[in-house]
Design a protein around this ligand. Structure first.
Ligand code: HEC
Ligand code: HEC
Length: 533
């Protein structure tokens, strides 16, 4: 029955991941002599043959579900792959947009599971209540479920589809410890229908709201694991209905200038999906516009390696505000050039008691300040003030680093082989000074300092198998680059290059050196990488 091969599914998935943002009309405009019909017409023409239309514009199944753009994309790709639904790439893009706009999720409904849309690696999945977690989130993330809305009777249909698709589901998910089928067809759809119902006040309100216009100047700041903080200015220009072009110029903590641009579709009035280049890297952007339309936040990542990416925070330039300070901490006795990012940065500058500041340069949205810290200054957070603006936790003074927090604390990297690229693991070390005071210990966040990275075997077994020698290597930025997959004749029983490792960050300009640890599993390839894991 299923004539398409696995590789054709992978091809479809790969193409569709790229298409979500890159598919802005205009891209296919040259080829499309005949314009793509609008959403409702496509639903009738491309889906209505199987999904019965009734009562005007209700299509069986389709009209009973709300999903994110990625959720709609995955379903339509499945319609193409499993049911041979016929539609062009442009038609699919149009339908995804139409369905995400008319049957999407409200911002608040996506909030708990955005990490999955942002393709964050090594995140702890949200926990569904009761038995739902074991029933439904053993094969894929709970986020995949929490990013959909249906009533109990449609959740039940979805369970039926699971069983029809994978008749061995009960064994496959290791669920012989319970009456899987009985539960899956009674309690599970009932509970899901209550937790994630089709109709909600949040969506009723949001779907009535006019879409904001994002055009203008935005101030940006973020942190790229392994590379450090960055900040700068972005210009967003409207190119069509819910379509934008963004250009930006950033400075990094390492002293580099990075420029980039992206083409953006704003789905559902707040789901920013951009594609473009950042320096020489091809990247995708998954951001959410805040409900008040004033800020954007999310993550960008490399198109070919979603595990490599960074947070992105942007606010409209204009309202007077202090946004970020970099570096965010200085040691007693030190002097450095510090950048303050914000709007309305007029007036006198102060970094608080025990510091001396001199403004070197003022631009529209930043200040460059020489800050000197007295050798005897008291460690702790400082109030940074510029004119009438001030912020309490953006800058700190320290005399020693007492703790390094390595993140992620637990990570998975994957060996590369054949058509599957390796999946790297990027570590980062956040420095703190823990100050004992009258009311307990205050953790003062100092930011990211240069550290030395190393890997060791995690336990006796890993030591005996010399995992640290075979599984890969960690570079100076804390990025673990896995080895190649497949049998290795140099290993016992010609084993794979999998490994169980302890990752260590060490700050050596402290005496004694301060260290932080994480756990890394290096395992085999993952063959199927849909947009929502
Ligand atoms: C050739 C028949 C066929 C066509 C054409 C088709 N579908 Fe389906 N669709 C099915 C079948 C069969 C199911 C139930 C099994 C399943 O979920 O795969 C289904 C299920 C669905 C579901 C419910 C899936 C879920 O999440 O539980 C949605 C939504 C859907 N289709 C959307 C679409 C859209 C949108 C189109 C048009 C692009 C489309 N379908 C075209 C046959 C089709
Ligand atoms: C045996 C493994 C397995 C179990 C157990 C499982 N799923 Fe899935 N599920 C899958 C796979 C594989 C897919 C992807 C299908 C595709 O897109 O081709 C999927 C897809 C989904 C999707 C997205 C599909 C769409 O078109 O909207 C949802 C939602 C979902 N599952 C919910 C559930 C729920 C609810 C349960 C518990 C009743 C569950 N899953 C249990 C394997 C499983």
């Amino acid at each position: 029955m299923i004539t398409r091969t696995r590789s054709s599914l992978m091809h479809l998935l790969a193409a569709c991941i790229a298409s979500l943002a890159a598919g802005a009309p205009g891209q296919g405009a040259a080829a499309a002599a005949v314009p793509t019909p609008p959403g409702p017409e496509l639903l009738r023409g491309r889906c209505g043959g199987c999904h019965l239309q009734s009562g005007g514009d209700h299509f069986a199944r389709i009209s009973d579900i709300r999903k994110t753009p990625e959720g709609w994309l995955m379903t339509i790709v499945r319609m193409q792959h499993l049911h041979q639904a016929q539609l062009s790439a442009e038609e699919r893009d149009t339908l995804v947009r139409y369905l995400a706009d008319t049957q999407g999720l409200a911002p608040a409904e996506t909030a708990p599971a955005r990490y999955a849309l942002e393709r964050r690696p090594n995140v702890k999945d949200l926990q569904l209540p009761g038995d739902l977690q074991t029933m439904c989130a053993r094969c894929h993330s709970a986020a995949r479920i929490a990013l959909q809305r249906r009533d109990a009777q449609d959740w039940l249909k979805h369970v039926h589809w699971h069983l029809a698709q994978w008749p061995t589901i009960e064994y496959q998910q290791n669920a012989r410890d319970r009456l899987w089928w009985q539960k899956a067809t009674t309690e599970v759809p009932q509970e899901l229908g209550k937790l994630f119902p089709l109709h909600s006040q949040a969506w009723a309100d949001w779907s009535q709201r006019p879409h904001a216009d994002l055009s203008g100047t935005w101030l940006v700041h973020g942190h790229e694991p392994g590379q450090g903080d960055y900040w700068g200015v972005a210009t967003i220009a409207r190119t069509g209905d819910d379509e934008y072009r963004q250009t930006y110029a950033l400075d990094t903590a390492a002293g580099e200038h990075v420029s980039g641009e992206s083409k953006v579709i704003l789905y559902t009035g707040f789901e920013w999906r951009g594609s473009g280049t950042r320096a020489a890297r091809e990247v995708h952007e998954v951001y959410a516009l805040s409900e008040d339309g004033g800020s954007l936040s999310g993550r960008w990542f490399e198109a070919a390696h979603p595990e490599i990416g960074a947070d992105w925070q942007a606010v409209r330039a204009g309202p007077a505000q202090l946004l970020a300070v970099n570096p965010s901490a200085l040691r007693t006795g030190a002097a450095a050039r510090v950048i303050v990012l914000g709007s309305g940065l007029d007036g006198a500058v102060s970094f608080g008691p025990g510091t001396h500041s001199r403004v070197l340069e003022r631009t529209a949205h930043s200040l460059s300040v020489e800050v000197r810290v007295d050798a005897a200054a008291t460690p702790g957070y400082r109030q940074v003030s510029v004119g009438r603006l001030s912020a309490g936790q953006l800058f700190a003074v320290y005399d020693k680093v007492t703790r390094l927090e390595v993140s992620p604390a637990f990570a998975i990297a994957r060996l590369g082989g054949g058509r599957i690229d390796p999946v790297a693991a990027q570590f980062d070390a956040l420095a703190y000074t823990d100050l004992a005071g009258a009311d307990g210990v205050t953790a003062v966040r100092l930011g990211y300092l240069p550290v030395r990275w190393s890997v060791q075997p995690y336990d006796q077994q890993a030591r005996a198998a010399q995992d640290e020698k075979f599984a890969g290597r960690i570079d100076g930025t804390g990025r673990f680059l896995p080895a190649a997959a497949g049998p290795n004749p140099q290993r016992k029983f010609s084993g794979n290059n999998a490994g169980d490792l302890a990752v260590e960050a060490s700050l050596e300009d402290m005496a004694p050196a301060v260290t932080g640890k994480a756990h890394l599993i290096v395992t085999v390839q993952r063959w199927n990488n849909p947009p929502i894991y």
